[in-house]
Design a protein around this ligand. Structure first.
Ligand code: FAD
Ligand code: NAI
Length: 468
């Protein structure tokens, strides 16, 4: 067998490929194992990137039809879904090729196939055609195998009429009626795409609110804006069955707490009720790597599993299933393996929903602060009072800053508004440095820009916002 690697990473999603690159930068001999034809994992192939391409294109289509006339631009937009899908595919292609280039640039060996850990430091990689497995020897292994779609018992996802996010990114035509199961991030992002392109969208959500985990006040206003855009919601309900009905489907829904059933016809049903860690076929039982009750790989604060030399990061471990969280863990574990002090601050992980308007958050929600008994002050500022938002006629939403009542340290920032995902970055930097609402309020912000609303919300913590 060839000279062993310092590190073999299984899975080249944002966690795995970033980990491999950082380890190579730090002088390690690294290989990656990936079973998908292209690198980049869920995020680049069937997640973040294709969904954002369709969100961008469909948002412009919607604007061209509805906002352009008010700005004095006369056009009659016509949808060419094939061309829009090509635009999306080109974005994916550019990104996955970029990862391939970076792996080569960093002299990382790329092994195609499914990796199975046969013993600590030993990996067998089998190819799809069932040929002889390639054996790799390594000092350390990082499991970065990500996650898979959560399924509803008894409801088969055929990716035609009953789709997961993967099928919902590939629909060959705009469905007349789209039934979305789950008012989480995927349901609302992809529901928005198809609503903008002409579908009637109904979202059925188990809980009595949308986007659990997002600040309640933001979620309530977000739902109001989505409803105004034409997305219908049925909260407190669950889908219990889906039957084929000609070329369409009939879904049975019932109240979450039990009660009378109701049938709803739809052309396509999108199942978006969450994702589950992916560890199938990895051989974890053989080597004795422990999983928790949600089948996530258990790791300590250094991303080490209970088996020496085996580490795990990204969607397959605890924490939010987000690409940037996986990336930062990839960097941290590579640095730890190199003897450095790699670390991720889980209190400052931004979360963005790329709808219109966007929702962006970092830190604690009001509900979390209340539950933890932490006294806080709130500063809010609406985009209706922001000069740039008014000029652009994009005034939906507001910024909310939550600061510690005693120290003024910012504990959470929540934004519902245009480009919220870009604006949240300054809040994350502020919080990473332990900044106060006053620090934010006294930082000069360019005029006229949307981030002035963030500054004003920080000023509002001390009830001294100027423009309201
Ligand atoms: P993954 O990206 O899932 O990569 C794991 C890789 O491991 C895969 O390529 C898989 O083929 C491979 N693999 C698994 N088992 C093996 C094996 N045994 N051998 C070899 N290879 C294996 N997050 C965001 O932050 N922003 C977004 O906008 C966003 N949008 C999303 C949109 C959608 C529709 C979806 C589904 C997800 C989205 N996410 C988003 C979540 C994001 O995709 C994940 O959090 C992220 O991809 C996790 O990275 P990872 O490296 O842990 O795993
Ligand atoms: P989610 O966890 O965001 O939302 C799932 C929703 O489904 C919840 O509201 C839940 O209450 C509801 N639900 C669960 N079971 C149900 C049932 N039987 N009937 C009706 N509703 C039910 O999961 P989602 O949207 O599938 O996304 C998975 C993950 O992917 C996200 O949590 C996020 O981590 C990641 N993601 C991130 C994006 C981003 O950062 N912009 C975009 C898309 C996905």
């Amino acid at each position: 067998m060839a000279e062993p690697y310092d590190l073999v990473v299984i899975g080249t999603g944002p966690g795995g490929y970033v980990c491999a690159i950082r380890a190579a930068q730090l002088g390690m001999k690294v290989a990656v194992v990936e079973k998908r034809a292209t690198h980049g994992g869920t995020c680049l192939n069937v997640g973040c990137i294709p969904s954002k391409a369709l969100l961008h294109a469909s948002e412009l289509y919607e604007e061209a039809g509805h906002a352009f006339p008010g700005m004095g631009i006369k056009v009659k937009p016509e949808l060419d879904l094939g061309a829009m899908q090509k635009f999306k595919a080109e974005g994916v292609d550019g990104n996955v090729k970029g990862v391939e280039f970076l792996l080569k640039k960093n002299k990382i060996d790329s092994v195609h196939g499914t990796g199975r850990i046969t013993a600590p430091g030993k990996i067998a990689v089998s190819s799809e055609n069932g040929g002889d497995a390639k054996l790799l020897a390594t000092k350390s292994i990082v499991i970065a195998t990500g996650s898979d779609v959560a399924r509803l018992p008894g409801i088969e996802i055929d990716e035609q009429r009953v789709v997961s996010s993967t099928g919902a990114l590939e629909l060959p035509e705009v469905p007349k009626k789209l039934l979305v199961v789950g008012a989480g991030i995927i349901g609302l992002e992809l529901g928005s795409v198809w609503r903008r392109l002409g579908a009637e969208v109904l979202v059925v959500e188990f809980l009595d609110r949308i986007v659990p985990g997002i600040d309640g006040e933001i979620a309530k206003n977000f739902q109001r804006l989505l409803t105004r855009q034409g997305i219908a919601f049925k909260l407190g309900h669950k889908v219990t069955g889906v039957k084929p009905n000609g070329s369409a489907v009939t879904a049975t829904i019932e109240p979450a707490q039990g009660g009378a059933k109701e049938d709803i016809d739809a052309n396509v049903v999108l199942v978006s009720i969450g994702r589950v860690p992916y560890t199938d076929g990895l051989g974890l039982e053989t080597v004795g790597v422990r999983l928790d009750n949600r089948r996530r790989v258990i790791v300590d604060e250094h991303y080490a599993t209970n088996v020496p030399g085996i580490y795990a990061i990204g969607d397959v471990i605890h924490g939010p299933m987000l690409a940037h969280k996986a990336e930062d863990e990839g960097i941290a574990v590579a640095e730890i393996l190199a003897g450095q002090a790699g670390h991720v601050n889980y209190d400052v992980i931004p979360n963005v929903i790329y709808t219109y308007p966007e929702v962006a958050a970092v830190g604690k929600t009001e509900e979390e602060l209340k539950e933890a008994g932490i006294p806080y002050n709130v500063g809010k500022f609406p985009f209706t009072a922001n000069g740039r938002a008014k000029a652009n006629k994009q005034t939906d939403g507001f910024v909310k800053v939550l600061a510690d009542a005693k120290t003024d340290r910012v504990l959470g920032v929540h934004i519902l508004g245009p480009d919220a995902g870009t604006m949240i970055a300054e809040a994350a930097v502020l919080m990473e440095f332990g900044g106060s609402a006053e620090d934010l309020a006294r930082t000069c912000h360019a005029h006229p820009t949307l981030p002035e609303a963030v500054k004003e919300a920080a000023m509002a913590v001390e009830k001294r916002a100027i423009h309201i």
